[in-house]
Design a protein around this ligand. Structure first.
Ligand SMILES: CC(=O)[C@@H](O)[C@H](O)COP(=O)(O)O
Ligand SMILES: NCC(=O)COP(=O)(O)O
Length: 238
């Protein structure tokens, strides 16, 4: 079975748009878990454009499934994660001004740095995962960092699958095979959706967890429109 961790960054984006507390992030996290999600993912960025550092501590007591915190391990982030002690930390090498995560780690070039931060998280009993492109060399070199898992960066797959290019799964399947042989756990995420998740899952042996945010929140909005509009119309009748 592959676990679904719901990334709630976009719920915080909506909340922050009005400066108030609607929608309430903590309530959303509780409900998402009540509806069956097996994890909550957040990605506090240095500019706190969606998840605020303070959200982490509001969420911590209500996340009864798996709490996964993603981010670039700058000192402020490391300190936050060590204080919050989530079940999993996912390290992502994103630039401060990036609109969203757009590349995996070069696990060869950053081996020493990754080794150092990963060992600190593991000393604190926090499982580690590192975001990687579907590149066999990067997956092989991930082993030496000491990470428990890799997260396959799925944007390319999602884009190509949308165009009908199902061969785009091949590098991911190969990387999964290598990771399985090396004993690295496999997570995946970025732009996964209701449209592309089934084919991905069916072709990736040993896929432990997917974290899905942008598409899932958009799909949930669309699914909700009809019901909510009917409720308004009922109240506005006569
Ligand atoms: C690590 C990753 O893949 C990202 O998808 C991320 O968590 C999404 O971040 P944003 O919601 O800021 O785009
Ligand atoms: N790790 C990927 C994630 O949390 C969600 O990415 P996206 O679905 O918002 O693209």
């Amino acid at each position: 079975m592959t676990k679904l961790s719901v990334n709630i960054n976009k719920v915080a984006t909506l909340r922050n748009a009005r400066g108030g507390d609607v929608p309430n992030l903590v309530q959303v996290a509780k409900d998402v878990q009540k509806f069956g999600a097996q994890g909550i993912t957040i990605h506090p960025r240095p500019d706190e454009r969606h998840i605020r550092y303070s959200d982490v501590f509001d969420l911590k007591p209500v996340v009864t499934t798996e709490f996964n915190i993603e981010g670039n391990p700058i000192p402020k982030f490391i300190e936050l994660v060590l204080k919050a002690k989530p079940e999993q930390v996912t390290l992502v090498p994103d630039a401060e001004d990036a609109i969203t995560s757009n590349a995996g780690w070069n696990t060869k070039k950053h081996k020493d740095f990754l080794q150092e931060v990963i060992s600190e998280f593991k000393r604190n009993n926090i499982r580690t995962s590192i975001f990687v492109d579907p590149d066999p060399e990067m997956v092989k070199a991930a082993l030496a960092t000491g990470t428990d898992r890799i997260e396959l960066y799925t944007e390319d797959y999602a884009k190509e699958y949308e165009k009908g290019n199902t061969a785009a799964i091949e590098p991911y399947a190969l990387c999964a095979e290598i990771a399985n042989e090396l004993g690295l756990g496999i997570n995946a995420g970025h732009d996964l959706s209701l449209k592309n998740i089934e084919f991905f899952k069916n072709n990736i042996p040993g896929l432990l967890e997917v974290s899905i945010g942008h598409a899932l929140i958009s799909e949930a909005l669309y699914e909700g429109f009809e019901k909510v509009i009917q409720e308004y119309l009922k109240l506005l009748k006569s």
